[in-house]
Design a protein around this ligand. Structure first.
Ligand code: HEM
Length: 397
């Protein structure tokens, strides 16, 4: 019986990887009635999809993303996409992330870790990774006064809207509330930076030199996209990496002593537990692969998480191995026109937070195996940790 045909989200939520392996081996281009789309699972095919937007467009008529947040750049192609992307880009370039945001990330991570000194047991996700990623995102965006609780609620509301295939009115109401709240705060920020430009993403969008400048609503829409797609992923990745380093003390010591090893561990984290599991696309034209024909208008998911565990590309793909030769070939940030704009910010978050945490707390260890959930977005729900509660390392005792 075909593997994909009756597959639903529920079958993938707890652990999609066994299904992905079976798809790669037996049905690399598979139609799923349950999901209403094609599933593409092998590495080379996901690369092909990503590199051919003329066949597999990111634009979708009446997409759930547009209904939830407005016309986000990730659902546009061609000139419309270039206009939005070029306006957001500047503050998120590698050099600017290092110059403008890195020191603030280190001090925020150190401050959060310091607060945990008196708390011998804590949840890495809710007590550290989520507040850290929320503030990193909001400060870079240009909404520094927003609380972590607001970011959590907005991001959940938008993600629920993105997955609202059942058209649940309660989900639309919650997403609508988040959409309005973000819109109001962004409009205030737009007015502020119009008179006094700064280094934030909102300021970059306001002052972008475009033939057709962005409206306040277009700016708010791209900020909503950042909230739905730039918050969960860094905290998932951060929690995964800290957990893996606790599991492998030798690797932890190596990573803390050598920044190149830390960079390698960050890349391996992205591959091993890919935070954005799949990229949605739509067929712009008919396309035939072997004896399978995909029709114009069909929806498709390029399964990046599956591609990143494809043993046709990565040797022993289920192992967490920072010395693998194909380390940086992973597809966690995509690779086509929609290549993640937040890669440097995300990587810098991990580069600053991991040493801050381990260097601040002695005897840091995981106290129970984390539960991993999700497939479109996947990561640890919570990671319970303990430390020796001797106070902050290096502080007067
Ligand atoms: C570990 C962290 C992250 C991961 C794994 C990740 C992953 C991705 C992926 C896979 C895409 C492309 C999806 C597609 O092709 O359909 C994407 C796009 C995007 N990401 Fe990220 N992301 C991360 C962090 C961030 C952060 C921190 C920001 C905010 C600054 C951000 C902003 C964006 C934006 C604006 C796009 C759309 C780019 C475009 O359409 O041209 N991401 N991300």
């Amino acid at each position: 019986m075909p593997i994909a045909r009756d597959l639903t989200s529920k079958d993938l939520y707890a652990n999609p990887y066994p299904v992905y392996r079976a798809l790669r081996d037996d049905e690399p281009w598979a139609w799923s009635d349950g999901l209403g789309m094609w599933l593409v699972s092998r590495y080379e095919d996901v690369v092909f999809v990503d590199e051919h937007p003329e066949i597999f467009t990111a634009h979708q008529e009446n997409s759930l993303a547009e209904r939830t947040m407005g016309l986000v750049m990730i659902r546009t192609d061609g000139d419309a996409h270039r206009r939005l992307r070029s306006a957001v880009d500047g503050p998120l370039k590698r050099r600017n992330v290092r110059q403008q945001w890195s020191a603030g990330l280190t001090s925020h991570a150190t401050e959060l870790a310091g607060r945990l000194a008196e708390k011998p047991e804590f949840d890495l996700v809710s007590d550290f990774a989520a507040p850290f990623a929320a503030q990193a995102l909001m400060r870079t965006a240009g909404l520094p006064d927003v609380t972590t609780g607001q970011v959590v609620e907005w991001s959940r509301a938008f993600i629920a809207g993105l997955a609202n295939h059942d058209d649940d009115p309660a989900v639309w109401e919650r997403a609508g509330r988040a959409r309005t709240e973000v819109g109001e705060l962004v409009r205030e920020a737009v007015a502020r930076v119009a008179a006094a430009p700064d280094h934030t993403v909102i300021s970059a969008m306001v002052h972008a030199e475009l033939a057709e400048p962005l409206t306040a609503e277009e700016i708010a829409t791209q900020v909503r996209l950042m909230i739905s797609g730039g918050f969960n992923e860094p905290w998932h990745a951060l929690a995964t990496l800290v957990w893996q380093l606790c599991e492998q003390p030798q690797l932890r010591d190596r990573v803390l002593a050598d920044s190149e090893a830390l960079d390698a561990a960050i890349e391996e984290t992205m591959r091993w537990l890919t935070p954005v599991g799949a990229f949605p696309r739509q067929l712009a034209v008919d396309h035939t692969v072997g004896d399978v024909t995909l029709r114009a208008g069909d929806k498709l998911l390029a399964l990046a998480a599956s591609a990143n565990r494809d043993d046709r590309k990565f040797a022993a793909p289920d192992a967490f191995d920072i010395d693998r030769p194909e380390l940086s070939d992973h597809l966690a940030f995509s690779l086509g026109a929609h290549y993640c704009l937040g890669t440097y910010l995300a990587r810098e978050q991990l580069r600053t937070a991991v040493p801050a945490l381990f260097n601040s707390l002695t005897g840091l260890r995981v106290s129970s195996t984390p539960t991993l959930v999700g497939w479109m977005f996947r990561g640890p729900e919570s990671v319970l940790m303990r430390h020796d509660a001797q106070g902050v390392k290096g502080a007067a005792q």
